[in-house]
Design a protein around this ligand. Structure first.
Ligand SMILES: [Zn+2]
Length: 100
C-alpha cells in the first residue's frame, strides 16, 4: 500500500512537470528548451504511473498469496505470501506446491 502511494505521488509530479514542459516549452530539470512532444510523453507516463498506482492489486497476485506450500519433509504448510525461499524454516526441507 505504501509503494502504491509513493508511485501515485511520483505520477502526479511527472504529470505536473510534463504539463509545465508542454506549456513553457522549457525543461526546468535539465535547464534547456524542451519540445511540447517531450512534455506530452512525460505527462502521459505520469498518468500511466498514477492510474496503475490506484488500481487494486491484481486477482492473480492475491490468488498466488493464498496458495499453499507444503514441506516435503515435515508436512508443515505455509502461505505463498510468507514464502520467499522455497525452504522450510523449521527443518530446511524443500517446499512444494500444496493441492487441496
Ligand atoms: Zn519442514
Amino acid at each position: 500500500m505504501k509503494i502504491n502511494f509513493m508511485s501515485a505521488i511520483a505520477g502526479i509530479l511527472l504529470i505536473i512537470s510534463g504539463w509545465k514542459m508542454y506549456v513553457t516549452e522549457w525543461d526546468s530539470h535539465y535547464k534547456m528548451p524542451a519540445t511540447p512532444m517531450a512534455g506530452c510523453i512525460i505527462g502521459l507516463l505520469g498518468l500511466i504511473l498514477f492510474i496503475s498506482a490506484l488500481l487494486p492489486p491484481s486477482r492473480k497476485k492475491k490468488a498466488y498469496d493464498n496458495k499453499l506450500f507444503i514441506c516435503s519433509n515435515c508436512s508443515e504448510k505455509y502461505k505463498a505470501k510468507h514464502v520467499e525461499i522455497f525452504v522450510c524454516p523449521k527443518c530446511d526441507g524443500k517446499l512444494v506446491g500444496y493441492k487441496e
